[in-house]
Design a protein around this ligand. Structure first.
Ligand code: ACM
Length: 268
């Protein structure tokens, strides 16, 4: 199967423009699974909750998501896209999995980063896994990588590919994903954004690019540059993620000892 990502610089607040860029990437790409960045429709550096509300979408009946759905109808492509979601009075930093027959799964970011904690509620979906025919896929969003429990839970729930829409500003994640892949024997597709946002007199945020596809053996199949728009796809052998045997004596998931993996009290 073929997986890919689209690394670009969403323009803050310009949903129509960002949507058109996304639709063009969908049109140009002939793959099975394509991942877009976190908050790809709205941009990232909000200055107030009112601004998030204005740029957020209700999933049902959302014209932008409907246009993506229409573009995918009848084809073979599945897309994962980050967006600000409005549900009643709550806002979530969410990602939607959409396929040829419409939306298949929704993930709401669990581990919120920095000022996101001011605008969004922590996700309440948990780490679910969906079957897209060619593979079982799960979603984690950006800073979720910092908590190894996110990737582990997805792997334990059967995910073979972790789709990872991101807006990374710190330099650590691209290398860390090698470990996430090794310790879970999964593929990851990190779709980061590029560009700079400097809004409301706040310190600028420079997004680090370096979107990548990493294999279950930790091999970086491709890593994008730090500041260029990149549309990339590669063939992967999903059987590599299904084989959890490390050697004749060790099976990655069966050899866990969860009775010793306590909740702990150090964080209280
Ligand atoms: C992040 O979670 N957007 C760094």
């Amino acid at each position: 199967m073929k997986v890919g990502f689209f690394q670009f610089a969403p323009k803050f607040g310009e949903i129509q423009h960002n949507l058109n860029v996304i639709l063009q990437a969908i049109e140009e790409f002939s793959v099975d699974l394509l991942v877009f960045p976190e908050l790809a429709l709205s941009g990232y550096q909000f200055t107030s909750k009112a601004e998030v509300e204005e740029l957020s979408q209700e999933t049902a009946g959302c014209p932008a998501l409907q246009r993506i759905q229409t573009a995918l109808q009848g084809g073979g492509l599945y897309v994962v896209l980050g967006f600000a979601e409005r549900v009643g009075g709550n806002l979530y930093n969410s990602a939607l999995l959409i396929g040829p027959r419409g939306p298949l799964g929704l993930y709401r970011k669990t581990h919120l980063f920095f000022e996101e904690t001011l605008w969004f509620s922590p996700g309440n979906t948990g780490f679910q896994v969906w079957d897209i025919g060619t593979a079982k896929v799960g979603i984690m969003v950006c800073f979720d990588w910092f908590y190894p429990e996110s990737a582990r839970t997805l792997a334990l729930n059967g995910a073979e590919i972790l789709c990872h829409p991101s807006n990374l500003v710190l330099p650590y994640c691209p290398d860390a994903m090698v470990t996430r892949c090794l310790e879970n024997r999964v593929f990851t597709v990190t779709a980061n954004r590029i560009g700079l946002e400097e809004r409301g007199g706040k310190p600028p945020l420079r997004f680090i690019g370096m979107s990548e596809v990493v294999a279950p053996n930790g091999q970086i199949l491709f890593r994008a540059p730090e500041s260029e728009t990149s549309l990339y796809a590669c063939d992967i052998d999903i059987a590599q993620a299904r084989n959890k045997r490390i050697n004749p004596y060790n099976d990655l998931l069966k050899d866990r000892h969860p009775q010793w993996y306590a909740e702990g009290t150090a964080g209280e």
